[in-house]
Design a protein around this ligand. Structure first.
Ligand code: AMP
Length: 120
């Protein structure tokens, strides 16, 4: 189920607790951004909320609207800091197995650093 109950031992929860190493490029009180371990583009970052957010976009409610807006703004800020603004980049949020989601902690991919080709 894309909106399954939160598993406190998912990979991103463990990254937040520093139980698994990651290369962080940005963090504040609400979000952390780090390099994807299996980059699908020359620059591939993951931006996640701290705490126990919905496991996927399917679990979002109206109460999450502000958080999701700030998540996108944070991704845009991090993309700019990584030098991606001039040529552009792609923001991706996968949902469920058909969407290619493998980690059940809401997250936004930032992909760039070269031409990405069509989405599908
Ligand atoms: P998704 O497939 O949308 O759930 O995205 C999960 C992403 O997390 C994938 O692109 C993985 O390569 C990435 N990932 C998995 N484990 C790690 C890790 N330990 N550090 C950084 N990225 C990871």
């Amino acid at each position: 189920m894309p909106d399954a109950e939160y598993d406190r031992n998912n990979i991103f929860a463990r990254i937040l607790r520093n139980e698994i190493p990651s290369t962080r490029v940005y963090e504040d009180d609400e979000f952390v951004a780090f390099r994807d371990i299996a980059p699908a583009a020359p620059v591939h970052l993951i931006v996640i909320p701290r705490g126990e957010p919905p496991t996927s976009p399917a679990g979002l409610t109206e109460a999450d609207a502000g958080m999701v807006g700030r998540l996108v703004l944070t991704a845009v800020r991090v993309a700019a800091e990584q030098g991606l603004s001039e040529r552009g980049y792609r923001l991706v949020m996968n949902c469920g197995d058909h969407g290619g989601q493998s980690v059940a902690h809401l997250h936004l991919h930032v992909l760039g650093g070269g031409p990405l080709g069509p989405v599908a």
